[in-house]
Design a protein around this ligand. Sequence first.
Ligand code: CMP
Length: 227
Amino acid sequence: MNNLELLRGVPMFAHLGDDHVRLLSASLGSQTFERGAMIFHQGSVGNTLYLIVHGQVRIYTSSQLGQEISVTLFRDGDFFGELSLLDGHERSASAVAMRATSTLTLHRAAFLQAIRTYPEIAVTVLEQLSARLRHTNTYIEHLASTSAPQRVIRTLLDLADQHGVLEQGTTRIDLHLTQDDLASLAGTTRETVNRVLGGLREQGLIQIERARLSVLNLAQLELINVA
Ligand code: CMP
């Protein structure tokens, strides 16, 4: 696939006409990352916007003691790295490839130019920023107010909501996830995640096959969450 075809698959550019997409594709680069490769570090200078063509990326922050908290996960069609391009400050979080990941890249000047030239892109970016801010608020609320097992369940519900694919009455979370990934998202330990997942599996609420997690009964899982 060439840049033009790849761009067509990125929601940020979905509203643009063919001529505009063609113009924009001339400014694009591409970068691929192996599983586990760092894309950038929190605090570094940011000059590039990334659009995920294929793969999965974890965004996380690190405390001064080195403890990581995962902020969110991105996958095909998502973009990241926009904040430092917009405000000129350093990267607000780190990004690591959770699987082999291919991206299209846009340099700061081209991104800002694209936003000025195509208001549709600015609107999409703002919509995404609003959604991310809302999500972060909910996340903070849960981190602050619930027990560790509840946070694990909340994380599963969140992931099912954001990345769930409905398949014959079950919701498959369309991500590659280890128990460490879940622990870092829920702000708890892998042992707690292991215990909670084991319990949910015994109750027939979830199923795990090769790092793919499916929620078999979403309504019931939500009930456990509020209990
Ligand atoms: P930037 O600050 O350039 O680099 C880190 C990126 O992580 C940031 O841009 C956003 O793309 C993304 N990011 C940081 N914080 C959040 C958040 N709370 N929710 C979603 N994405 C975020």
